[in-house]
Design a protein around this ligand. Structure first.
Ligand code: SIN
Length: 289
């Protein structure tokens, strides 16, 4: 069993992100090691472990140190083709990949760019945490960007903060990656949920901005034009370069992030070059301002 004494923490950017050294994820971890990882996570929001070779079971065992594992969300029938893969043999695992076998996707999230989003932000209890492990990578691109939403909240002008306090926003998931949901359409059969525009992180008690370009569609109670203009302003704040840590993947990288205080996106990569990452999550809880 490893001990916390072996752990090193190297910050990776001014925005967020730290590389953790001295931890072998194939092994069970001591309580003090898990505590040290949690401490680093609270400070840096996104943790990176390099050079890991882990099985699905080892990934799930590690993630379970941080809470109840999340089930993979089932898309409603008409959207299922965009979300399900034939090689996903465990309900806690999602394969993030563009790989197809016999013309069928083996996992989800396909090719190309992915706009900033919150994992399962369109549900009543968005995942607290996501864990992603790199198995196959394209020659270039497919980087994952993380933005620090504590800093984004701080950057919202005071008058806008006052205007948006107490308001909720609608989050919709149509299982697209770089296109907004169609608000003019009937969304009753499409996963959606209203969350406060600002949430208080349940563990740290700090406020964060809880909107993202891909899935946040409308601020409740505002006219459409005003809602759109304000959301655009909020996306622009949340996507400021100084708030972002960009992770350039290497094989064997294992990342973990907190969805209550970060949003993430993916850069484009050459179409058809295989990219495969294995994802699991920890269940979340209802979120409040
Ligand atoms: C995800 O949003 O969970 C996947 C991000 C990625 O493919 O880099």
């Amino acid at each position: 069993m490893q001990d916390a004494i072996d752990i090193t923490v190297k910050p990776l950017s001014r925005a967020c992100g730290a590389e953790i050294g001295g931890v072998d994820l194939t092994k069970p971890l001591s309580e003090s090691t898990v505590r040290a990882i949690k401490d680093a996570w609270g400070k840096h929001l996104v943790l990176v472990f390099r050079g890991q070779t882990i099985t699905q079971e080892q990934q799930l065992r590690f993630a379970a140190y941080f809470g109840e594992l999340g089930d993979r969300k089932q898309a409603p029938e008409p959207l299922r083709g965009r979300a399900e893969g034939i090689y996903q043999d465990h309900r806690k695992i999602l394969l993030v990949t563009n790989i197809k076998v016999d013309g069928q996707p083996i996992g989800a999230f396909g090719e190309g760019e992915f706009w900033f989003h919150i994992d399962s932000g369109y549900t009543p209890r968005p995942y607290k945490y996501t864990f992603l492990y790199a198995i196959e990578l394209p020659s270039t691109g497919g980087n994952t960007l993380f933005s620090n939403m504590y800093k984004a909240y701080e950057a919202v002008p005071p008058a806008l903060k006052a205007k948006l306090m107490g308001r909720k926003a609608l989050h919709i998931h149509e299982y697209k990656r770089s296109e907004k949901a169609n608000l003019a359409a009937d969304i009753s059969g499409i996963p959606h949920f209203y969350h406060p525009v600002f949430i208080t992180h349940p563990d740290t008690g700090r406020r964060t901005l809880f909107v993202d370009r891909l899935m946040t569609a409308r601020i409740d109670g505002l006219e459409a034009d005003e809602s759109e203009a304000i959301l655009e302003q909020l996306y622009e704040i949340g996507e400021r370069p100084e708030l972002i840590f960009e992770h350039v993947w290497k094989l064997g990288d294992f990342l973990m992030w907190d969805n209550r205080c970060t949003i993430h996106a993916r850069t484009d990569f050459p179409k058809g070059e295989p990219r495969l990452l294995r994802r699991c999550t920890v269940e979340g809880e209802p979120l409040h301002e």
